[in-house]
Ligand binder design. Structure first.
Ligand code: FE
Length: 209
């Protein structure tokens, strides 16, 4: 049994946006759909799946597995999709609400050193956003002990365990289609104009030291 004072996925609550809905290029309507409907929907699914897995985990319901189809298999796959859907969106929203100006801090210094310049990093990360179908992540890889860019096509495909997301870009069409049509390049260019470098630096400093 999970002790009563321990948080579980069933208790999880959607987080408020950490910025005002006045971003450059990305409309209030897009944020409303993205945060209030899609993200909140993932939180609800995470809670529902968590409750159903808890019933199996605690013996309340009989548990058995089959890799072609079983309730447990469906829940296992649903859980990683929903939970990563929640976490990745929270990391993404945390990156927004900043400004075009790139401050000098530990993260931007580390990126300049690693990529030669911030411009090189932004170009490489942005191109990765064009290459992937789901997400691009600048992470602190705790196995390699250094910054790494990873990309994935789906919430539960392509993620690397042991990595802490620092900058996360959502490149699913729902993130930009309303405002940019099929012009994903412009959306990514505006992502940098809204970038909250201080928030990203906060995560970097916490994990890299
Ligand atoms: Fe999204």
């Amino acid at each position: 049994m999970i002790p009563e004072n321990m948080p579980s996925s069933q208790d999880y609550q959607p987080k408020d946006l950490p910025f005002k809905r006045d971003l450059i290029g990305i409309s209030e309507k897009t944020i409303e759909i993205h945060h209030d409907k899609l993200y909140t929907g993932y939180v609800n699914k995470m809670k529902q799946i968590g409750a159903e897995l808890a019933a199996l985990a605690t013996g309340e319901k009989e548990v058995s597995g089959n890799q072609t189809y079983s309730e447990l298999r469906a829940l296992r796959n649903g859980e990683t999709f929903a939970n990563n859907g929640v976490y990745l969106h929270e990391y993404y929203f945390n990156c927004l609400g900043g400004s075009e100006e790139v401050p000098e801090n530990a993260l931007t210094n580390a990126l300049s050193e690693k990529f030669g310049s911030i411009e090189n990093f932004v170009t490489y990360f942005s191109a990765s956003g064009m290459a992937m179908r789901g997400w691009v992540v600048l992470a602190w890889d705790t196995q390699l002990d250094r910054l790494k860019v990873y990309g994935c096509d789906s919430h539960n495909q392509g993620g690397v365990w042991g990595c802490i997301p620092i900058i996360v870009l959502d490149v699913y069409e729902h993130a930009y289609y309303l405002d940019y049509g099929s012009n994903r390049k412009s959306y990514i260019a505006d992502f940098w104009k809204n970038m909250n470098w201080e928030a990203a630096n906060h995560v970097f400093e916490k994990w890299s030291s």
